[in-house]
Design a protein around this ligand. Structure first.
Ligand code: UDP
Ligand code: MG
Length: 133
């Protein structure tokens, strides 16, 4: 079964939205097959966001992602990668389709509540980086 990787980001953790997000995950028939709370650091985020390290917003992104611990996990479903991206909405919470997780719980282009892998390959890498699997 296809797997994807998710992060409940610091903004959602600060707003006590972990439970609601987990409920949405389960209601949409994803199986949670890995789960961990972890405080990220710059080293980990440079691996996770390796395509973004040279962007002007990267320092702001690191600062945001290290505000509080995050919850990371593995989701399993048919077409898990695409299905999870559809459920979370586009990157910018202000543009995310109504009812998506980023629309419901995010604030802007940086503080967007959750992460979702963009491909099966990215999911495999991220699962290795965050969960050593
Ligand atoms: N991000 C940001 N400013 C931008 C683009 C992205 O702060 O202009 C942050 C945002 O938190 C996003 C993350 O960097 O979720 C990763 O960016 P990516 O383009 O991979 O978007 P995603 O795959 O998360 O939708
Ligand atoms: Mg991405």
């Amino acid at each position: 079964m296809e797997q994807t990787f998710f992060i409940v980001k610091p903004d959602a953790m600060q707003h006590n939205k972990l439970g609601e997000i987990i409920t949405i995950i389960e209601k949409n028939n994803f199986k949670i097959v890995g789960l961990k709370m972890i405080k990220a650091n710059e080293e980990l985020l440079k691996l996770h966001y390796k395509e973004l390290v040279n962007k002007d917003f990267f320092p702001k992104l690191v600062s945001f992602m290290t505000e509080t611990p995050v919850v990371v996990g593995i989701l399993e479903k048919e077409n898990a990668v695409a299905e999870w991206r559809k459920l979370i909405g586009v990157t910018n919470s202000l543009e995310a389709e109504k009812g998506t997780i980023r629309n419901l719980f995010g604030t802007d282009k940086t503080r967007n509540a959750v992460h979702g892998s963009a491909s099966v390959e990215e999911a495999k890498n991220e699962i290795k980086i965050w969960l050593n699997k």
